[in-house]
Design a protein around this ligand. Structure first.
Ligand SMILES: NC(=O)c1ncn([C@@H]2O[C@H](COP(=O)(O)O)[C@@H](O)[C@H]2O)c1NC=O
Length: 509
C-alpha cells in the first residue's frame, strides 16, 4: 500500500479557478502550504496561511518569473527519498522542507498559440519551472503525489476524504502517469509550433490525451482503441457504442458531406464508399434519391445529412436498418421516432474544423499527407472535345466529381443531375470500375442515357470512353495527363460526347 500522509503542499497554478475546495480539504488536514506569487495571493485571499517559495529559496522571482521555483531547495524537497538515510541527512543539512504534494497548472501554451498571440508572448508561455515540478514530483511517486491537471482536483478531494489525508502508492503512480501525459503533450505542442516552418518536420509527434476502448478492431479477434475526443465533434443522442468500423465510416461520411454545403444533401456509405448520394430541394427528397441508388447496399450503412432531420425524412429513415445517422440537427419529433431503436446511433455533428493533415501507420513508421482539399467546379473544367457539356451535364459532372474524390480508387462514378447512379469502387483497372458501375446502375433500373461519368485519374486508353458511350453516357470529367489523352478525346468526338479535364487527380487508396 505504502501510504503517505500529506503534510505539505507546493501549489503553483496558472488558472486559479476550481482550486478552493481542494485547498479547503488540505487545510482541514493541517497541511502546510508553499506557493508562488500569484497563487500565494490567491490563497491568502482565501484566508490560507502560505509560505512563499522565496522564503525557502532565499531568492526573489527573477527575469519576469522565468525563474521562481527552479531551486535545489524546492526540487530537493520533492525529489529526496523518504526512506534513504543519506538523502535524509542531506535534507536536514541543507534545511530543505519536504514537499509531499505538488499541484501545478501550466502556462497555457496551446491556448496562447491558438489565440494568435505574438511569438514573444508564445515563447513566454513555455512553462519551464512548472513542467520541471511536474516531472520531479511524478518521478518521485513513491513518496509524492503530483496533481498536474485541473480536472483532477475533485478526484484528489475524494481521495483525501476517503483516506484521511493520505494517499496510496497505486494512486500516486496513476497520477504520475497522468503527469507524464500532461508534460509530453505540452512538449509535443511546443515541438509542433517551433518546427512548423521547417519544410520537413524532423520527427512525427502526435498527442491524443483521451482514449476509448472499442469493443474490437476491424474484426472481433482484433483489439481496438480510439485515441481522441469524439465529444468535440458530436453529441451522441442515441444508440450503442461506435465500433471501429463505424468510426472509419463516420470519418469517410463527414469528409464526403463537407463537399455539399448549400442545398440539402444525403449520403449513404458502406465500407467508406458512397452507395447513395443525392442533392435535392428537400432533405426528404435527397434521402429518397440517395436510397434509390442502391437500396440493397444501404442496409446497415452509415448515413449523413447536411441539414436538420425533419419528421418526413425520419419516417423514411425509420424504415431502413442502418448503423449510424449523422446530421447537424434533429427536430424533436424526428429524434423521438428514430430513437425508438435503442442500438441505432444518432450523432449530432458540431461545426468543428477537422485537421488538415492525414496520417496512418505503414511498415515500421507513419505516412503523412495533406488532406485532399481540392474540389474542382465548372470554372476549373477545360473542355477538350468539340462539344462542350450542356448546363445539365455540367451539374452532373460537378456532382459526380465530388463523389469520385471520396471513393476508393480505381473508381468511376456515374451520375445524373444531382443523383449518384452507381460507382465502380476499388478496382484494379479503370475498365473494371466502369463495367461494375454500368452493371450496377442497370441492376437498379437506371437509364444511363444522358448520364455523366467522373474518373478519379486519367484514362490510359480510349476503351472507357467507348464503353461509356455504348451505355448511353454523354459527358465525362477526368484529370487528363495521359500521353494517350488525344485517343480518348478523339473517341469522344467520334461519338459527340463532351469531355472536360481538371488537371487534378483524386486517387484514394
Ligand atoms: N519559472 C519558474 O520557476 C516557475 N515555477 C512555476 N511556474 C509556473 O508559474 C505559474 C504560477 O505562477 P503564479 O503563482 O505566480 O501565478 C504556474 O503556471 C507554474 O507552472 C514557473 N514559471 C515558468 O516557468
Amino acid at each position: 500500500m505504502n501510504t503517505v500522509k500529506i503534510k505539505s503542499a507546493l501549489i503553483s497554478v496558472y488558472y486559479k479557478d476550481g482550486l478552493e475546495p481542494l485547498v479547503r480539504e488540505l487545510q482541514k488536514q493541517g497541511v502546510t502550504f508553499y506557493s508562488t506569487g500569484g497563487t500565494q495571493d490567491f490563497l491568502e485571499k482565501l484566508g490560507v496561511e502560505v509560505v512563499p517559495v522565496e522564503t525557502v529559496t532565499d531568492y526573489p522571482s527573477i527575469f519576469g518569473g522565468r525563474v521562481k521555483t527552479l531551486h535545489p531547495k524546492i526540487f530537493g524537497g520533492i525529489l529526496h527519498r523518504r526512506g534513504h538515510e543519506q538523502d535524509q541527512q542531506e535534507l536536514r543539512h541543507f534545511q530543505i522542507p519536504a514537499l509531499d504534494l505538488v499541484i501545478v497548472d501550466l502556462y497555457p501554451f496551446e491556448e496562447t498559440v491558438a489565440s494568435g498571440a505574438s511569438e514573444e508572448d508564445i515563447i513566454e508561455k513555455i512553462d519551464i519551472g512548472g513542467i520541471s515540478l511536474i516531472r520531479a514530483a511524478a518521478k518521485n511517486f513513491q513518496d509524492v503525489l503530483i496533481v498536474s491537471n485541473r480536472e483532477q482536483y475533485g478526484e484528489v478531494v475524494e481521495l483525501l476524504q476517503a483516506k484521511d489525508g493520505s494517499t496510496d502508492l497505486s494512486d500516486r503512480k496513476r497520477f504520475a502517469a497522468k503527469a507524464f501525459d500532461v508534460s509530453s503533450h505540452y512538449d509535443t505542442h511546443i515541438f509542433q509550433h517551433l518546427s512548423k516552418e521547417q519544410e520537413l518536420a524532423p520527427a512525427f509527434k502526435q498527442s491524443e490525451r483521451t482514449s476509448q476502448a472499442l469493443r474490437y478492431g476491424e474484426n472481433p479477434h482484433q483489439a481496438g482503441t480510439f485515441y481522441g475526443n469524439l465529444d468535440q465533434l458530436f453529441d451522441k443522442l442515441n444508440g450503442k457504442e461506435l465500433s471501429y468500423n463505424n468510426l472509419v465510416d463516420v470519418d469517410a461520411a463527414v469528409l464526403l458531406m463537407a463537399e455539399f454545403a448549400n442545398q440539402p444533401a444525403v449520403a449513404i456509405l458502406k465500407h467508406t464508399n458512397a452507395c447513395g448520394v443525392a442533392v435535392a430541394d428537400t432533405l426528404h427528397q435527397a434521402y429518397l434519391n440517395a436510397l434509390a441508388c442502391d437500396p440493397v447496399s444501404a442496409f446497415g450503412g452509415v448515413i449523413i445529412a447536411n441539414k436538420t432531420i425533419d419528421l418526413a425524412t425520419a419516417q423514411e429513415l425509420n424504415k431502413l436498418f442502418f448503423e449510424v445517422l449523422i446530421a447537424p440537427a434533429f427536430d424533436q419529433d424526428a429524434l423521438e421516432l428514430l430513437s425508438s431503436k435503442k442500438n441505432r446511433i444518432l450523432l449530432r455533428q458540431k461545426p468543428v474544423q477537422l485537421p488538415t493533415k492525414l496520417f496512418k501507420t505503414l511498415l515500421n513508421g507513419v505516412i503523412e499527407q495533406d488532406k485532399d482539399s481540392a474540389t474542382e467546379t465548372a470554372k476549373d473544367f477545360k473542355t477538350a472535345t468539340n462539344r462542350a457539356p450542356s448546363p445539365e451535364e455540367v451539374e452532373g459532372l460537378e456532382f459526380a466529381l465530388k463523389v469520385c474524390k471520396h471513393t476508393k480508387s480505381n473508381t468511376i462514378v456515374l451520375a445524373k443531375g444531382n443523383q449518384l447512379l452507381a460507382s465502380g469502387v476499388g478496382q484494379t483497372s479503370r475498365v473494371d470500375a466502369l463495367r461494375q458501375a454500368i452493371e450496377k446502375a442497370r441492376s437498379f433500373g437506371f437509364d444511363l442515357q444522358g448520364a455523366v461519368m467522373a474518373s478519379d485519374a486519367f484514362f490510359p486508353f480510349p476503351d472507357c470512353v467507348t464503353i461509356a458511350s455504348e451505355a448511353g453516357i454523354t459527358a465525362v470529367v477526368q484529370p487528363g495527363g495521359s500521353i494517350k489523352d488525344q485517343d480518348s478525346i478523339d473517341a469522344c468526338n467520334e461519338r459527340n460526347m463532351a469531355m472536360v479535364m481538371t488537371g487534378v487527380r483524386h486517387f484514394k487508396h
